[in-house]
Ligand binder design. Structure first.
Ligand code: URA
Length: 240
């Protein structure tokens, strides 16, 4: 189920704000009845009409993107920074990212125009696994990593148990490369977890999202997900 104004916006008819105005003006019908409230949610099977014209649904599209560092994970930026949309100039559908990666984080990001699919994947209950490779300052001790693994208190609550693996250490430079696997998506979670054990992140890349990896892509490149991958992701999320 999705909010009516979002469905209208995604159909490419109007911006979210204009869609809200159309609803309030009584110009939108759902299953033949005028809807004037903004809170109403509709599903794929509901018939939506705007000013008497049935909505033509955009075909759902699904992309995997290797986000470079220095790119913002939203569709526009008031500061004029590069956004993920700059990498999809040929796409006419209104796609947007499934979750976010920080401006300075690189790695795997999904984009779609399928709101139900995005909500399903982002719902914390569905516990999609994400694997990060972090270059951290200092060389964490086993007991430091144990506290990441057990779950730790951050200012917005306790993190769920995670997995860690030290990939390499550079004793001369005093840095380490650590793999961290989590299934939550708190804001700046990986950076805050390492910060909390006294090993701030110097560089961060998301390597894996569920069973999807960056294999075959360079930073800045995209590919469409296959129908099978989309089904598998849906199945994975729904079975948790
Ligand atoms: N955790 C972070 O700290 N940053 C990201 O971009 C993703 C996860």
């Amino acid at each position: 189920m999705e909010r009516l104004q979002k469905v209208i916006a995604h159909a490419g008819i109007a911006s979210r704000r204009k869609a809200e105005a159309l609803i309030l003006e009584g110009k939108v019908k759902v299953n033949g009845k005028v809807v004037k409230e903004l809170g109403v949610k509709v599903s794929n099977t509901d018939r939506v009409e705007v000013e008497g014209v049935p909505l033509e649904k955009e075909q759902p599209v699904y992309f995997l993107f290797y986000k470079p560092r220095g790119v913002i994970s939203s569709v526009s930026d008031e500061k004029g920074r590069k956004t993920v949309m700059d990498f999809f100039p040929q796409i006419k559908e209104r796609i947007y990212p499934v979750g976010r990666l920080d401006y300075d984080t690189s790695g795997l990001l999904l984009l779609t125009n399928d709101g139900e699919f995005a909500n399903l994947l982002m719902h914390p209950r569905n516990e999609i696994e994400k694997e990060y490779i972090a270059k951290v300052k200092g060389i964490p001790l086993r007991e430091n990593l144990r506290s990441l693994e057990k779950g730790m208190m951050l200012e917005d609550g306790k993190t769920a148990p995670a997995r860690t693996k030290v990939i390499s250490v550079d004793k001369k430079k005093g840095t380490a490369i650590v793999q961290l696997t989590i299934h939550e998506g708190k804001n700046r979670q990986v950076r805050r977890m390492f910060e909390a054990i006294g090993h701030p992140v110097l560089k961060l890349r998301r390597e894996r999202y569920a069973f999807l990896t960056l294999r075959g892509l360079k930073a800045g490149e995209t590919r469409e997900l296959t129908g099978h991958e989309v089904k598998q992701l849906r199945f994975l999320a729904e079975s948790n």
